[in-house]
Design a protein around this ligand. Structure first.
Ligand code: ZN
Length: 297
């Protein structure tokens, strides 16, 4: 699928032709034969036809990959994992360098780094190694970038105050973001809450060791299970606070677990469309930039 999930024109063209001629036939039939009753047939659009081929290709591709590569494909097709591809760089914060684009495409096409052995630590350079290499941990900065981006988006929501790393708890450990509604949750739709953000790599040892019962190897279910376990751990170790607590968990490639998706849905309801979409774009770019920072082409 070229790493971008785009079907070849050779595949699309016959489908487009079939869909177009079907529409033309049904439109012209009553004009050419005025006596005949129009058939009430269900037209199959080009999109539906291509969707079927696309699903088949996806199944075939996932079946032919090893578990790590399959997870990488699922990750790349997630919202945050793909939004950077369609982001127009109309402001400096939305720009990627040539290196970042090249590295990102190399990851999307499952190529990974060129060297068979890591140039930093000498270990076998498997797909995803740059994210777990002990000699390069630069991507961990992703969490701070993401926290700032979410904080800014929440702060620009009318009637909401967002604070990063709020003080006032008994322990030194603090949650990342606190939102306080100034107009009450009825008016803003967003309740007072605290959020803690975690960014993890699917190449980590724990992620790779996660498995499902009954030999279920579905890559998106396996990934979700791991992300959920990280979210549970965050809940168990949260600093004491009397506000409702929500863990936010991303993989470096952009996957979110179910509870994080729900948090985003609640933000989507209260933010303006522009603010919400800009937040997604900036998050997608932020994760990507952190991910490729220590990548070697
Ligand atoms: Zn290494």
């Amino acid at each position: 699928m070229g790493g971008l999930g785009i079907l070849s024109y050779k595949t699309v063209a016959p489908q487009a032709y079939a869909a177009a001629s079907e529409v033309a036939d049904t439109t012209l039939a009553p004009i050419l034969n005025p006596g005949s009753l129009p058939d009430s047939i269900q037209l199959i659009t080009q999109h539906e036809r291509c969707q079927e081929i696309f699903s088949g290709n996806k199944e075939a591709l996932l079946g032919s990959l090893n578990p790590e590569q399959a997870k990488a494909v699922v990750e790349a097709s997630s919202k945050l994992g793909r939004v950077w591809l369609t982001t127009i760089p109309f402001q400096p914060s939305l720009r990627l360098t040539d290196f970042e684009v090249a590295a990102a495409l190399q990851l999307r096409t499952l190529t990974g780094e060129r060297e068979a052995h890591c140039t930093r630590c000498g270990e076998a350079n498997f797909f995803g190694h740059p994210e777990v290499c002990l000699e390069r941990k630069f991507w961990r900065a992703a969490r701070h970038g993401a926290k700032r981006i979410i904080g800014q988006a929440l702060a620009s929501t009318p009637g909401t105050r967002a604070r990063l790393e709020p003080l006032g708890h008994q322990t030194s450990r603090r949650n990342d973001i606190q939102t306080i509604t100034l107009l009450g949750s009825q008016a803003t739709g967003l309740a007072n809450a605290e959020y803690d953000l975690t960014v993890i790599s699917l190449a980590s040892k724990d992620a790779r060791a996660t498995s499902l019962p009954n030999q279920d190897t579905d890559p998106s279910r396996v990934t979700n299970k791991y992300l959920d376990s990280v979210a549970d751990l965050t809940v168990r170790h949260r600093p004491r606070s009397n506000l409702p607590f929500h863990p936010i968990v991303f993989s470096l490639g952009g996957m979110m677990n179910g509870s994080t998706t729900k948090v985003f849905a609640s933000w989507k309801r209260v933010m303006t469309r522009g603010t919400y979409n800009l937040m997604l774009k900036r998050l997608s770019l932020c994760l990507l930039q952190a991910r490729v920072r220590s990548f070697e082409l």
